[in-house]
Design a protein around this ligand. Structure first.
Ligand code: C2E
Ligand code: CA
Ligand code: CA
Length: 406
């Protein structure tokens, strides 16, 4: 097991927030990122109980400011007394001024404030808080979240050790295989399979993301060619970092790579994460519009976790919307998640977008998104990401079970 995985597995995180949906969505994300121990509390009183019980075991606290009963400022007071070593992340739906003031206060009291986040808190925010806490705890490591170096990553890209796994997206109505998403994996001689959550940010921070994207994409297209030989022709979806979207030659380059593998542009889906899109929308508009001109499918990824979603949706010519798994997983017994699902779906329908729900893990959630009118489902209930050569056998067995989850 890698050091990073081990670190996260032993991390104890306390979430203090009176909104059940916020709590469970943060907990979900932490779980996905590999955090082993997450405690949820609904207010400062409950948090105090947890701290009194065993304060020293708490490594990191996500704390809402505005709560009935004991509020966030009071929780900070308790932390100073009981566990000043914990990392603290402040969260607020109030205006930024309040957040800044609380941030200053906490620092003045000697707490280790890792960040203050405006709500809604995105998965990317949570991820960066975990990176920070780990960097603080183990300052002498070479890389940002695991003990691999940038050179290791560069070599891995050059030597073909970064390769795509593939996860199916199926039509909810007929169950037919529509598309497969290429998800990068680093096959490491010592650490085994390393998650993209670890090395994508590393590639982005060190000028390696273009090379990585090219490597993943060319292998994915190549795989598409091999599937065609056994009469499988799903769309192939690849994830594009927003950082790559300043290469004006990119649309042509992708078109060439696809053509070499015998793929037409409409068979290629480019997934772009929404939270990143807001960084510099005008510079992206050119390249994104040209993707559509060349008839690639364009997918807005992780929908619901970013900030300026509605405005972006209107400006940018997307063809698919992927609802973030935080709103899908367990939605069948979560009223707030359901209303977010409903409004996202009705918005997407008005804009004529194909709707994908990701993170479908249970039959109940499958039935719900199906009833609400999603087009495609992706998630462990259908299949986990797998090596490309396993897709045909998976497809056989999916057909055998009637193209429906069992
Ligand atoms: P994403 O694009 O949102 O991909 C979906 C992630 O959710 C994948 O994680 C997938 O394995 C996971 N997932 C799918 N269904 C389920 C489910 O039912 N339950 C749970 N718990 N998880 C599910 P993965 O493969 O670890 O990828 C993480 C992220 O890394 C991706 O999120 C994407 O943003 C990024 N990424 C992966 N490959 C690439 C790449 O080639 N280029 C770029 N730029 N980013 C990549
Ligand atoms: Ca994606
Ligand atoms: Ca996603």
């Amino acid at each position: 097991m890698s050091d990073a995985r081990e670190f996260l597995e032993h991390l104890r995180v306390l979430i203090v927030d009176d909104q059940p949906f916020v709590r469970s969505s943060i907990a979900n994300t932490l779980g996905r990122l590999g955090v082993g121990d997450v405690v949820m509390t609904a207010d400062g009183d409950q948090a105090l109980e947890v701290l009194k019980d065993d304060a020293k075991s708490v490594d990191l606290v996500f704390c809402d400011l505005q709560m009935p009963g004991r509020d966030g400022i009071e929780v900070l007071r308790d932390l100073v007394e009981l566990q000043p070593d914990a990392g603290v992340v402040l969260m607020s739906g109030e205006d930024v001024e309040v957040l800044h003031a609380a941030d200053n206060l906490a620092k003045e009291r000697g707490l280790r404030v890792l960040g203050s986040l405006e709500k809604p808190v995105s998965a990317a925010d949570i991820k960066s808080m975990l990176v920070k806490v780990q960097d603080e705890r183990t300052p002498n490591r070479a890389g940002p979240i695991t003990d691999v170096t940038v050179d290791d990553l560069r070599n891995a890209i050059d030597n073909g050790n970064i390769l795509p796994f593939f996860q199916p997206k199926v039509r909810l109505a007929e169950g037919s295989l529509e598309s497969v998403e290429a998800l990068a994996r680093w096959i490491h001689p010592q650490h085994g399979i390393i998650s993209p959550i670890v090395f994508i940010p590393m590639a982005e921070d060190n000028g390696l993301i273009d090379a990585l994207t090219d490597a993943v994409m060319s292998q994915a297209f190549d795989q598409g060619k091999q599937w065609a030989e056994v009469n499988l022709a799903p769309q192939i979806a690849v994830n594009l970092s927003v950082l790559s979207l300043d290469r004006l030659e990119l649309p042509d380059q992708i078109l060439n790579a696809a053509a070499t593998a015998g793929l037409e542009a409409p068979q290629v889906v480019l997934e772009i994460t929404e939270s990143r899109i807001s960084e510099d929308p005008s510079a992206l508009l050119d390249i994104i519009t040209r993707f559509r001109l060349k008839r690639f499918e364009l997918s807005i990824d992780d929908f619901g976790t970013g900030f300026s979603s509605l405005q972006q949706l209107q400006r940018l010519p997307f063809s698919e919307l992927k609802i973030d798994q935080a709103f899908v997983m367990g939605a069948s017994n979560n009223a707030t998640a359901q209303s977010i699902l409903e409004s996202s779906i009705s918005l997407a329908k008005k804009l004529n977008l194909r709707i994908v729900a990701e993170g479908v893990e249970s039959r109940e959630d499958w039935d719900l998104i199906s009833r609400l009118g999603c087009d495609l489902a992706q998630g462990y209930l259908v299949a986990k990401p797998m090596p490309g050569n396993e897709i045909p056998a998976w497809h056989e067995s999916w057909l055998k079970q009637g193209s429906q989850p069992v």
